[in-house]
Design a protein around this ligand. Structure first.
Ligand SMILES: *Cc1c(COP(=O)(O)O)cnc(C)c1O
Length: 432
């Protein structure tokens, strides 16, 4: 499979090059030149397949030129070694729990797979790699944990000072080794901008082999398709149309779902559920895309004002607003809505939701009410409630027991480097 830039101003590249560059030379994001279709035989066997088996069968259509099959099998088995259970809350309503990985958020799927894939490429080339990732919280922990201890890869995590929860921060500032956490005096969008600028800096790329750990990297997007298939495989009734509701920020997760649909997964509709940072729902409503500075909310992993994967969504639908709208429905929700949804879920089902998942649930409920489609809903649960224990406690009065994985790193000392929001300073740091 070859990959091309969403800006279409530079040559097609191999998967290896797309992964090691992160961002295309022309500043665009890499997309597969064609989205391969899975054969009907795959769907006939889907129910019997494990997540690593799904990853192997769907993944090899993208990776086959660059990664030998036995290595892909090992990467899939090692990266996706935790469950993604579908929990049915009502007959037609399910939650796909994507938070059973080491950092308790869905980003473990993408980060662990990407880490092993890059480690393979570094092993083959023998060339040291520097990975830069901007984070609003969960990317940092998933990437840091996914890459910790891998030889030949230096990881630099950029995060907005004072805007991530303590539990999130401790997960990527307490590792040390090949992981450096950089605390930026600015917002997540500032961090993302610094990272992007470094990736397109020709002078830097002469000295360093630099790539991105964000969902702009195609290596994170590909594995995020797999659990959509795995969710479908777990449905008792596969004949009622399926709607996936995806709590969204940078829209990597939702874009992966759109790719899974393009590969043949029968999905009736996607719900793009956001917090107050609702530029994509607004676009779906009006056809106008107005990126703006992000606003702080309780669901901080989705505080993104200029979602990077929007370019991929547009590319996948040839910039046809109507075509995209036929597959994706969107809505944004306030913090008050979010807290209310968390409270109701606890009172009605005894179910504790983190604020991001609560927005996914709200999205599905409102979609159902407005569109009145005969369907069943799958809400992607993107984080474990313990990761946002303070928000959960305030909204519901419940104390979420702290999983050992989290309490261990809370007790370790934070180590970070402070950085002004200035590209020059960041560049000096990378070159030092
Ligand atoms: C990153 C994140 C999101 C948003 O995912 P995108 O792929 O950026 O849209 C949602 N919920 C949680 C808990 C996250 O960490």
């Amino acid at each position: 499979m070859r990959f091309r830039s969403t800006n279409r101003q530079c040559p097609e590249v191999s998967l290896r090059e797309a992964v090691l560059r992160g961002l295309a030379e022309d500043g665009g994001l890499y997309m597969p030149v064609t989205v391969p279709a899975l054969p009907s035989a795959f769907f006939a066997r889907l129910r019997g397949l494990t997540l690593p088996q799904i990853a192997f069968e769907a993944g090899r259509l993208f990776l086959d030129d660059d990664v030998p099959e036995d290595i892909l099998q090992t990467i899939a088995a090692e990266a996706l070694n935790f469950p993604a259970p579908l929990v049915t809350l009502a007959g037609d309503f399910h939650i796909l729990e994507l938070f059973h990985g080491p950092t308790l958020a869905f980003k473990d799927f993408g980060a662990r797979f990407m880490a092993r894939l890059m480690a393979h490429f570094v092993r083959v080339s023998g060339k040291e790699l520097t990975l830069v990732a901007a984070t609003s919280g969960d990317t940092g922990s998933a990437v840091a944990r996914g890459f910790f201890g891998l030889s030949g890869i230096r990881v630099v995590i950029l995060y907005p000072s004072g805007r991530v929860s303590e539990a999130q921060e401790k997960q990527f500032t307490t590792l040390g080794g090949n992981i450096t956490a950089v605390e930026v005096a600015g917002s997540f969008d500032d961090c993302q901008k610094l990272a992007k600028q470094a990736l397109t800096d020709a002078e830097l790329s002469r000295t360093l082999s630099l790539t991105s750990g964000n969902s702009i990297n195609i290596a994170r997007l590909i594995p995020q398709m797999f659990y959509y298939f795995a969710a479908y495989a777990q449905l008792k009734d596969a004949s009622t149309p399926v709607v996936f509701s995806v709590p969204s920020g940078n829209f990597g997760n939702l874009t992966a779902g759109l790719l899974a649909k393009r590969m043949g997964l029968p999905v009736a509709r996607f719900v793009a559920a956001t917090n107050a940072n609702d530029v994509v729902p607004e676009f779906l409503r009006t056809g106008k895309f107005h990126p703006r500075a992000s606003r702080r909310t309780l669901s901080n992993a989705m505080d993104v004002g200029n979602p990077s994967n929007f370019a991929r969504m547009q590319d996948l639908y040839d910039n046809d607003w109507r075509a995209l709208r036929a597959h994706v429905w969107g809505a944004g929700f306030s913090d008050a809505d979010t807290e209310h949804a968390m409270r109701v879920a606890k009172e009605q089902n005894g179910h504790l939701l983190d604020p991001h998942t609560a927005i996914g649930l709200l999205g599905y409920r409102v979609f159902q009410r407005q569109e009145n489609l005969p369907c069943q809903g799958i809400v992607l649960a993107t984080a474990h409630p313990a990761k946002f224990a303070d928000v959960v406690a305030r909204a519901t009065g419940a104390n979420v027991p702290m999983p050992d994985r989290l309490s261990e790193c809370l007790s370790r000392p934070k180590r970070s480097v402070s950085l002004a929001n200035r590209y020059f300073d960041f560049k000096e740091m990378l070159l030092a």
